[in-house]
Design a protein around this ligand. Structure first.
Ligand code: PAF
Length: 270
């Protein structure tokens, strides 16, 4: 990968990069297409990163479909598909990791201990392998994007980080590789997440709303859907990600909900 990058660099080509864990969908395709339109070359990586999973069951259940992914990448005019294996990324004796700091301690970080250190570690490794000019990440993983921005800045990695708007299906559900684990009924019901986010964002746009009021409302409404569990709904400053006591302009509402054993996250910026 580095050899290829060096040749492209000598030829003066800009390189865009989209790291993924595979099970590609339209949300990824949007990232690819933005990279393709902004760079002379686009690299996509597929690596299911064991370091960022909290349970073996979740790691094993993560969808894998390399052959289908190859077709999608090709359709989107991706130039290079980089698919390192586990031993290549984490050989025997691998011991150095990146710690993501305070920005990674609440919301996802609180409920998935170690998750962002795993993400930060693999992203730094991938950026060092690909050495892109620009890297693209989906805004659905709002806290992940903030963590990556801060790691790239703190460790002086020479790469622009760009967030790309969330792609949703016809009923508003944010596209995610995990959606493939939902039944048809569950898929329909899960659109409640974005309806509630919209409802609350609209309310906060017309009247500053306390985080507590918003949390109670979200909680009540989710209780009406059996087999679901609200893990958290938080309001944070959109830049610093510090918790906010009110939802208003410049804040983002972030949520994680379980639908049976599938965990979905989403957010809306006000
Ligand atoms: O968002 C993802 O798919 C992953 O967290 C990432 C950024 C590819 C790191 O494994």
């Amino acid at each position: 990968m580095q050899k290829w990058r060096t040749v492209e660099h000598s030829a003066g080509h800009s390189v865009g990069f989209v790291p993924t864990m595979g099970a590609l969908h339209q949300g990824h395709a949007e990232l690819f297409s933005q990279s393709v339109s902004e760079n002379e070359r686009t690299v996509v990586s597929i690596f299911v990163n064991s370091l960022q999973f909290n349970s073996v069951a979740d790691l094993e259940a993560y969808p894998r479909q390399l052959e289908q992914d190859k077709v999608i990448a090709e359709q989107q005019s991706v130039d290079v598909l980089f698919v390192p294996d586990h031993e290549e990324m984490y050989p025997n004796g691998f011991a150095s990791t990146v710690s993501a700091g305070p920005i990674a301690q609440h919301m996802e970080g609180l409920h998935r201990p170690g998750h962002f250190d795993g993400v930060a570690t693999v992203v730094v490794k991938l950026l060092n392998a690909v050495m892109p000019d620009v890297a693209y990440f989906g805004l659905k993983d709002f806290q992940q994007l903030a963590v990556i921005r801060s790691v790239v800045r703190d460790l002086n990695i020479k790469c622009d980080v760009r967030g790309v708007p969330t792609v949703r299906n016809g009923i508003g559900l944010a596209l995610s590789s995990r959606n493939s684990r939902l039944s048809t009924d569950r898929l329909e019901q899960a659109s409640i997440i974005y309806s509630l986010l919209n409802e609350m964002a609209n309310q906060a746009r017309s009247n500053v709303t306390s985080t507590l009021t918003l949390q109670n409302h979200f909680n009540e409404r989710m209780k009406s859907v059996s087999g679901t569990k609200l893990e958290y709904v938080e309001v944070v400053d959109s830049d610093s990600l510090l918790p906010a006591t009110t939802a208003q302009k410049g804040t983002t509402i972030c949520v994680a909900v379980w639908f049976d054993d599938v965990r979905l996250i989403d957010n809306i910026s006000i």
